[in-house]
Design a protein around this ligand. Structure first.
Ligand SMILES: *Cc1c(COP(=O)(O)O)cnc(C)c1O
Length: 333
């Protein structure tokens, strides 16, 4: 099967979750890896996010959700992307944003300030961040009108985003057919985990046991740890069953690895910024340091020490993520 079941496809807006290309990149030492250009899904929304929105936004429209409270970090790719689509679809929103350590407006913090009115964006002190969901409930409770509302947690990690995230699996199988090859190893990065979970569940849904056993997924954990990821996978497997009545069997092997550079989420250092620069010079790829550069360097390290395999690297990012690092990148030159 190369297409998702009809009841899953019907949840996805394929004008948002478009097909993206793959092309080989040369890593030296006889290592050739294919790269999937999810960065090309949109000029202004990070690829992995757009896939999630591709089922979340249709859900809002179908259920006539009129007001959304969305939660996220100050440099969130997710909020920047989500707000663009909420505006386009005339859905009102309120943002609860964790106060940044550095208050200068740069990168996504600047874009978020441009995209939202000050009265629809609230900063939450870092010490109060543990209560952010209570604040969201309170905002909803205080709404006088009787409209339909929804709270969106960090990374849009809700079941309504899963079908869209699964479209990545479907598109990879399309790439395999076009290129006449099978990717034995797939490298993906993970933050809240939903994109990687969507890929795993999507492949397990689409492929039979034998084909699944010939593939392995390597997940760079940009945030969270192995237990957290395993819990997210189990949670969404169950939620998917509850919402679609489709039971997805565990049949794909996956392995999580930690970033080889600046492993703490959001941390950067000179090696990471140099790598960012080198990737641009060697491969012509403009990668965001927070996710994609860490993911790329970690993939290279893993590939060098692993058996040769036809491999696919998922480039989930967006060069917009470079915006916050202009001065730092200038300094390391
Ligand atoms: C958000 C993001 C991720 C992580 O996606 P999750 O679904 O939260 O795991 C990975 N890479 C990039 C470039 C992102 O913007």
């Amino acid at each position: 099967m190369t297409d998702l079941p009809e009841n899953v496809q019907s949840l996805i807006d394929y004008k948002l979750a478009k097909s993206t290309r793959v092309h080989p990149i040369q890593l030296g030492e006889n290592h050739r890896v294919w790269i999937k250009r999810e960065d090309e899904l949109s000029a202004s929304i990070s690829g992995s996010k757009l896939r999630k929105f591709a089922s979340l936004i249709p859900y809002f429209k179908k259920e006539r959700v009129e007001y959304v409270v969305a939660i996220g970090g100050p440099h969130s790719n997710n909020l920047v992307g989500l707000v663009q689509l909420l505006k386009e679809n005339e859905i009102e929103f309120h943002l609860l944003v964790r106060a940044p350590a550095d208050r200068s407006l740069r990168g996504n913090a600047l874009l978020l300030a441009m995209l939202s009115m000050p009265e629809s964006c609230h900063q939450i002190d870092r010490c109060d961040w543990g209560h952010v969901h209570e604040r969201a409930d309170e905002i909803i409770r205080n709404r006088k009108t009787k409209e339909k509302t929804m709270i969106i947690p960090e990374g849009c990690s809700v079941i309504q985003s899963l079908a869209g995230a699964m479209s990545l699996a479907e598109d990879i199988l399309k790439n395999e057919v076009e290129q006449g090859c099978q990717f034995q190893r797939i490298y993906i990065d993970s933050g809240t985990g939903l994109s990687a979970v969507g890929l795993i569940l999507g492949l397990e849904l689409l492929l039979d046991e034998e084909v699944c056993s010939e593939k392995e997924l390597i997940i760079t954990l940009i945030a969270g740890d192995e237990d957290f990821f395993g819990e997210r996978l189990a949670f969404f497997r169950k939620e998917f069953f509850l919402s679609s009545n489709i039971k997805i069997k565990k049949r794909l092997a996956y392995k999580v690895i930690r970033p080889v550079l600046a492993p703490k989420f959001g941390a950067t250092n000179a090696s990471l910024l140099k790598a960012c620069n080198n990737i641009a010079q060697s491969h012509g790829l403009l990668m965001d340091p927070v996710y994609s550069v860490k993911h790329f360097e970690t993939m290279k390290h893993h590939a060098r020490n692993a058996e040769q395999a036809e491999s696919l690297f998922i480039f989930n990012g967006s060069p917009l993520g470079l915006m916050g690092f202009q001065e730092k990148l200038e300094l390391i030159r």
